[in-house]
Unconditional design. Structure first.
Length: 700
């Protein structure tokens, strides 16, 4: 809108009636909240007050907006002057407070007033003359409220303008959406009813009769049924949940279903995802009402290696970029009340399988039993696109499914195709199925024989790597009672039979209590320490201690001594450097008083013991001291020079010392007198360091 001349005329001012009405509107105190949190607030009758005038020479309507707060304080000038041009379909507003133009709609104008403090019964105030003028100019008839009439006019203009502005984006989206087939499979609704929805039988116990939401027939019900008890319909045979006619007023079930279709261009495939809602209520005799809404689409190709992921384009249904227009939008841009981005790793649905075999014919997936895998999941929702991507990346679904490892495949699908416990090599030419599972052929046959789960496959793999063959019952026992625990790493030290017997008798492997779990954990910790110390685990007396707790504690003491000795060996060359640095540090930090003294650590063991006693991480500072990045000191009481008290970090910034931290046990602040002692020690060390530097400079 052309701004020139719009502000030539003076704005309208508030009438005496408007001022009086605003002052009388003192509000009503109201309470809101829950039983544990009640808030009080004031609700007023009218938020905005309006006056209007028409510029007859330009055909422009001016509507001046006043706020209740301004009028109640005695202000007669409006907050905004809103100019509307019906002929040119345009609008603009002048901010009287900030003295600037605004192209925002009336609902987005900043008035410094909380809109939800006003009653919706009479939210705005305008004289009859103003109402007639605004509604007549905007052709809104008896709409009444001035704000509503203006907002409707502005929204239509903005919608048209934004649609034109984003035509480049929407045309591109529409070109892709035009490739998606309009028709759904002929048996689509049968698929929804049979495989997607979870059904119920609403029964009346006295009549021994119920209504099945699947076959929609009244069927006989036995006297022993209970509310929420699972069962099967005697008419259609589908799995149902019994629900009492008296106890269940209504039910709502929401899920997602999807279908894969070939696009009209003959190259792309479309994944179409629908939200499925089923609602039943007693007043309607529990007749199911089923509603479907397509909410996601993804287009992709299957004509190359990983082509699906490289070509994937995702769209969602919702409001397009604040235009008020609902349509297909690029992923993550729609306003649909969810405000989240669609992720391939998290979206799941029940897939229609009636067309899968025909659809995948001629692609790299034609021999993969996709339909069989999906059907075996029942009403369990799966990530369809992630499965296709997983297949293309080389996970051998076909080999495992056809050889009989169906539980293993189903668990991978159930776990969203993320790597499970079992180790699986990607499909490569020339690799045998057992090589993909990293086990022997005999082990693979065992896994197939028991239709092994993911964890059972991993147990067999562990045994195979140790050169041990487990019996079927032993695989199932480890699966049920220990899982893939550390104990499986020791299958080559003792026989599985002895390990299981010991776990039963001494480690409470078949118990349910927390103590049993703790005992098993102590045993595996004991074995790990024994292995590192080089004990002979083939010796039954070593591997199977009679008292696990005592054996663990004794081993821990020996392990600490052994570990310190081993660490000392590894750190010997580094310790020589740290000792030389400690000698230099000791020259400066030699201060002591009647209460405290300073000790400079000289080796790795000093750091380790200090960290253990003080319960801090000073051990990790060893390498920093070695590299000269900091100085570590220990403050000791003079009466107890060998007992840990304070751990100190000092920085050396270009020859200037500074205290970084001074901590007692558990990283607590040092006592005030210890802090004062350290401050004095640093001051003395600085003097010594400065003097030594000066002497060195003179001698050079």
């Amino acid at each position: 809108m052309r701004k020139a001349g719009l502000l030539d005329k003076k704005p309208l001012t508030a009438t005496r009636k408007m001022l009086d009405t605003a002052k009388k509107d003192t509000g009503t105190e109201k309470r809101a909240g829950r039983w544990d949190s009640i808030d009080t607030y004031t609700e007023y009758e009218s938020r905005f007050y309006f006056r209007a005038a028409v510029y007859s020479d330009r055909g422009i309507l001016e509507v001046d907006l006043f706020t209740r707060r301004d009028l109640a304080s005695g202000r007669t000038a409006p907050r905004y002057r809103i100019f509307l041009d019906r002929e040119r379909q345009d609008f603009i507003s002048w901010d009287m407070v900030r003295e600037k133009w605004s192209s925002a709609k009336i609902d987005m104008l900043e008035t410094d007033d909380y809109r939800y403090s006003y009653s919706y019964r009479g939210r705005n105030h305008a004289a009859k003359e103003t109402l007639n003028m605004v509604n007549g100019y905007l052709y809104t008839g008896g709409m009444g409220d001035v704000e509503t009439a203006i907002l409707d006019f502005q929204a239509k203009i903005r919608k048209t303008a934004l649609a034109q502005k984003h035509r480049f984006i929407t045309d591109a989206i529409d070109s892709y959406m035009s490739m998606v087939p309009e028709r759904l499979p002929a048996d689509w609704m049968k698929f929804i009813n049979d495989r997607v929805l979870e059904h119920s039988i609403f029964y009346i116990k006295e009549k021994k009769e119920g209504y099945c939401t699947h076959c929609r027939l009244h069927v006989p019900v036995s006297a022993g049924v209970r509310h929420n008890m699972p069962g099967k319909c005697s008419s259609c045979g589908i799995s149902i949940t019994y629900r009492s006619w008296k106890m269940q007023k209504h039910t709502t079930y929401r899920t997602t279903a999807s279908v894969l279709q070939k696009c009209t261009d003959g190259v792309h495939y479309a994944y179409r995802q629908f939200r499925v809602d089923m609602f039943t209520e007693r007043g309607n005799d529990y007749e199911p009402e089923i509603n479907l809404c397509e909410e996601r689409r993804a287009l992709f190709r299957l004509d190359g290696i990983r082509s699906m992921m490289n070509s994937l384009k995702v769209y969602e249904w919702g409001e397009f970029r604040y235009t008020g227009i609902s349509r297909w939008c690029e992923d993550g841009t729609a306003r649909n009340g969810i405000n989240r981005r669609w992720y391939l790793s998290s979206e799941r649905s029940v897939l229609y399988t009636g067309n899968i075999k025909r659809l995948l014919k001629g692609t790299g997936l034609q021999y993969i039993p996709v339909a069989g895998i999906v059907k075996s999941m029942g009403t369990k929702r799966i990530n369809v696109l992630k499965m296709i991507a997983d297949i293309q990346e080389g996970f051998p679904y076909e080999a495992f499914w056809k050889m009989g490892l169906r539980r293993f495949v189903r668990e991978r699908v159930k776990n969203n195709f993320e790597s499970g416990r079992a180790q699986v090599s990607r499909l490569k030419a020339g690799k045998k199925p057992w090589e993909l599972l990293e086990m022997t052929k005999e082990d693979m046959c065992q896994a197939v024989r028991i239709d092994a789960t993911d964890q059972q496959v991993r147990i067999i793999q562990k045994a195979s790597s140790a050169g041990v063959r487990l019996e079927d019952s032993q695989v199932e026992w480890f699966d049920r009672h220990t899982g893939v625990s550390v104990i499986l790493d020791y299958l080559n030290a003792q026989t599985p039979h002895r390990i299981i017997r010991y776990l039963r008798e001494y480690a409470g492997a078949e118990g349910e209590s927390g103590r049993d779990s703790r005992i098993r954990s102590l045993w595996t910790d004991y074995l790990d320490m024994a292995r590192q110390m080089g004990w002979n685990l083939r010796d039954r007396s070593v591997f199977f201690p009679q008292d696990i707790t005592r054996a663990h504690d004794e081993a821990a003491v020996l392990y600490t001594v052994w570990k310190d000795r081993e660490d000392a060996k590894k750190m010997r060359s580094k310790d020589d450097i740290v000792r030389r640095k400690a000698a230099e540090i000791r020259k400066a930090f030699s201060y002591s008083d009647a209460a405290y003294m300073i000790k400079v650590p000289e080796c790795y063991i000093d750091f380790k013991h200090e960290g253990h006693v003080q319960h801090n991480c000073v051990t990790t500072y060893y390498d920093r001291v070695l590299e000269g990045k900091c100085i570590i000191l220990f403050i000791r009481r003079r009466q107890e020079p060998d007992k840990s008290f304070c751990t100190v970090e000092i920085c050396n910034n270009r020859g200037r010392f500074g205290v970084v931290q001074n901590r007692t046990a558990y990283n607590k602040e040092a006592l005030e007198d210890a802090q004062a002692f350290l401050a004095e020690a640093v001051k003395e060390a600085q003097k010594i360091a400065d003097r030594m530097a000066a002497e060195e400079e003179r001698s050079s």
